[in-house]
Design a protein around this ligand. Structure first.
Ligand code: HAM
Length: 424
């Protein structure tokens, strides 16, 4: 127990960190080009924020939150997503004063008590953006193009962009009524949660993962038949903008998303080879959310991308960059009397920017050479007794096995020259 990480969590080890950095750097670079500034919000928030923001009939709120009472008797929740937090930060810090729209991005861990499987974790990481303050469809298009741009820059193929409009408070009631009429004869067959959703929010039945509910929901009336004029115009403007940007998309009237705050645009980008967890990114518009959590009525749109899933997709496609680990110099020294000299050399080399290693556990000469090989060292510097007495050391090229005696004094310069030559 003590030596196992909690179910649904994972250590990210040095060998994979290079891939994480590559993906995160691409996300940061593209966000910067699109004018989105980074925001870092707390990992935990008052539970009330998520109850109000995400909606109390959603799976996330009903079943997946990590909620606890802190020592001050406050109900606290580890953030299951970051849109509610970003909107809270937007209101609290009056970010609207800095020009509209406020364009923000974030990268960080989120927590959901979900059933773990490939691509579904209890602690997972999201990159996301939120553009708050603009109502026209052109910002929806920018946000979607930004998501696609990141995945394209990472080299992912086989992507599918699905879009839908989930309407607004004007057109939802009609759809809600149609759903109730449709589900009414099936009430007994629906799961307990869905029976309660029937009264509270029947749209959520479309999002249920129970096979029986899924089957019944498959032919439920979709929102596209109920959209009001404003939502229809918004949706067709978005499609026209995406076409102008030459971004292919499919209309999916069943895309309702799992969080309650969405209005009008909803979208997802899937990487189909990932199967069940193919959604790399999902998002949409949330025109009521800012007001819902106590701010001035302000529209907003954003998305979040699961970094673990993006990495799985890149791995599946064989597109992760090859990370080549090496050290420039391994200092081989077996004599206690040369320890200070070896340590000082290492310090000097590192000051010059050379990746330098040494033996820390008293290995034999042979074992130190083996370690130098294991670390993929370009050079070994061997502090032999006799050579050191003459102010020299042996410099070994680990690729060619060529060895030369060199002066201790000039060695830093020599190594730097070699490195420069090799890097040219
Ligand atoms: P979401 O669809 O719940 O949306 O999550 C977005 C993405 O996070 C998913 O498409 C998936 O890639 C990843 N993800 C979600 N849950 C897990 C999990 N348990 N394990 C691994 N990856 C996961 C949101 O979170 C919204 N806040 C997006 C948004 C931003 N909408 C507007 N602005």
């Amino acid at each position: 127990m003590l030596t196992a990480a909690p179910r649904g969590t994972k250590d990210i080890l040095p060998a994979t960190v290079a891939s994480w950095r590559y993906v995160e750097e691409t996300m940061r670079t593209v966000s910067d080009i699109y004018g989105y500034g980074e925001i870092r919000t707390p990992i935990f928030e008052h539970t009330e924020l998520f109850l109000r923001g995400i909606g109390d009939t959603t799976d996330v709120v009903e079943k997946e939150m990590y909620t606890f009472t802190d020592r001050g008797e406050r109900s606290i929740t580890l953030r299951p997503e970051n849109t509610a937090s970003v909107v809270r930060a937007y209101v609290e810090n009056k970010l609207y004063a800095e020009g509209t729209p406020t364009k923000l991005f974030y990268i960080g861990p989120m927590f959901r008590y979900d059933r773990p499987q490939a691509g579904r974790m209890r602690q997972f990481h999201q990159f996301g953006v939120e553009a708050i303050g603009a109502a026209p469809a052109i910002i929806d298009a920018e946000v979607i193009v930004l998501a696609a741009d990141i995945l394209n820059k990472l080299g992912l193929k086989d992507l599918k962009l699905l879009i839908n409009s989930v309407g607004c408070p004007k057109c939802r009631p009609e759809h809600r009524q149609k759903l109730r009429n449709y589900f009414h004869p099936y009430l007994e067959e629906l799961c307990e949660d869905c029976r309660s959703r029937y009264d509270r929010n029947p749209l959520r039945i479309l999002d249920c993962k129970q096979p029986a509910c899924k089957q019944i929901a498959a032919t439920a009336p979709t929102l596209d038949t109920c959209l009001c004029e404003e939502c229809s115009i918004h949706f067709s403007e978005l499609q026209s903008l995406l076409m102008a940007a030459k971004l292919k998309f499919e209309l999916d009237a069943n895309l309702v998303r799992g969080l309650d705050y969405y209005t009008k645009t909803a979208f997802e980008i899937q990487y189909t080879p990932l199967g069940a967890q193919s959604a790399l990114c999902g998002g949409g518009r949330y025109d009521g959310l800012v007001e819902q959590i106590g701010g001035p009525a302000t529209p907003g749109i954003g998305f979040a991308m699961g970094i673990e899933r993006v990495l799985l997709a890149l791995e599946k496609q064989g597109s992760l960059p090859f990370s080549h680990n090496f050290v420039d110099v391994f200092i081989v020294s077996t004599e206690a009397k040369h320890r200070d000299l070896a340590f000082n050399m290492m310090k000097q080399f590192r000051n010059l920017g050379l990746k330098t290693e040494i033996d820390f556990i008293g290995r034999s000469l042979k074992a130190q050479m083996k370690q130098a090989n294991r670390l993929n060292a370009r050079h070994a510097i061997i502090l032999g007794d006799e050579e050191v007495a003459r102010g020299k050391v042996v410099l070994r090229d680990m690729r060619t096995s060529e060895q030369n005696e060199v002066n201790i004094d000039g060695i830093s310069k020599l190594l730097c020259k070699t490195e420069v030559r090799e890097n040219e």
